[in-house]
Design a protein around this ligand. Sequence first.
Ligand code: OGA
Ligand code: MN
Length: 207
Amino acid sequence: MFDLIANDLRLKGYSVQKHALPPALIEELLHTFKSIPPEGLKQAGIGRACDLQANSEIRRDEIAWIESADSGAAGQWLQFSAQLQHHLNRALMLGLFSFESHFAHYAPGAFYKTHVDAFKGQANRVLSVVLYLNLEWSANDGGEMVLYSDQDPQCVLETIQPLGGTLAVFLSEDFPHEVLPTRRDRYSIAGWYRVNTSSTLRVDPPA
Ligand code: OGA
Ligand code: MN
């Protein structure tokens, strides 16, 4: 599967893989996330460091960061993401350096309007991944992720059902995307690989 992802990235800049991880692990990840007490979740924000703000007009999900020390299912997810990183670095020489990811819950009615995960030129987020955790999803449930063309933002490249086990991978700078309003609780993990932007003036430690 890592080869399929690398080929897709080379050809079109994104890849969608169903059944990317075993159902038992998806179920465990969902359970791990649902076991986090409410005070462990926070309203997701937008923007960068100093102007980080929660803006409910743009996004309405709540998140919990996965820490590098996490064990169990979250630890297995981190292992998977490290293997993918290793493979893509070898196949595509992307120079992926570190990885950060969080669980995200969209309650009924929640959405995330069209955005890009990194801005051209200043990007150190180079590759985005999203893993879906809902064990069931039907066409009426909404909550799809829509990927748009960078050249023509009207042009829909892909509409992705957030069904458990599906993994979406895309170049962070190149694809505006959104989460359509969901009609049921929607669970996922969103993650980003960064390149190392260290310089003599600035140190960019691994996440
Ligand atoms: C994000 C994001 C997409 C999704 O968190 O930046 O775009 O389908 N998530 O959850
Ligand atoms: Mn995004």
